[in-house]
Design a protein around this ligand. Sequence first.
Ligand SMILES: [Ca+2]
Ligand SMILES: [Ca+2]
Ligand SMILES: [Ca+2]
Length: 258
Amino acid sequence: MSVTLSSMSGVFKEDSVNLMASDNRSKYGWRSQISVWWIGAAAVCLGFLLLFVILGVVAHNSRTIGHQDSKCLTLIYSLTIDRNTLRDERDQLKINSSNLTKEMEVLQSQYNAMAVSRDNLQEEIHRLNLSRTDKPCYQGWKSFRDKCYYFSPTGVTKTWESSRKDCKERRADLVIITTTEELDFVSRTYEITWIGLSDKEQENKWKWVDGTNLLSDEFWQKGEPNNNNNEDCAEVSRTAKKFNDVPCARTFSWVCED
Ligand SMILES: [Ca+2]
Ligand SMILES: [Ca+2]
Ligand SMILES: [Ca+2]
């Protein structure tokens, strides 16, 4: 009986202890659940806040990237236009360069031709200078170009035939004038000078003393030869520096040519 009571007492104590423990668990469980709830709520809030922050950053970056993409496209378009413009300018420069090259080749060809012509002219000038070298002449004769000339003594005059005879005695003949320079050289000394030209053999068929025909009328004075009073011999005057036919019997100075 006492054991039973003790046992019962023990059961009672044990139940009391369990009841107290249960009471305590109930008290502390509510506090724990509230704490968990607050922590969970805070975590959720933090989660949402973090999500909003991430979404904001993403949206901002998207706008920035979009803006940068637009600027890049504009820059690419501008660079493409510049590249095309540079290509056009390069092509035009190639065309200009080609044209300039052709013009340079033409100019070079013309220059070469002119250089050849210049060299030929220089050779001709050199040859003419050599031919202009005065010929050595006997004493009393004058040298002009490659010929020698004898001028009759001052104050002495002869007919055309006598003048020619004098020249032949000097192994020469009356002067034959073939150039303007020779005409000027011969005519400058005396007022009137006999030259080796006549139409004694056939009227108006003027021949030089070497038998050659007068080839040009350029040296006659205006209106000459007029054969006035049978003029068959030619003279040159210092003032006119041109030919004139006069009677052969007149007397003038004379010039011989060797
Ligand atoms: Ca001559
Ligand atoms: Ca005549
Ligand atoms: Ca005359």
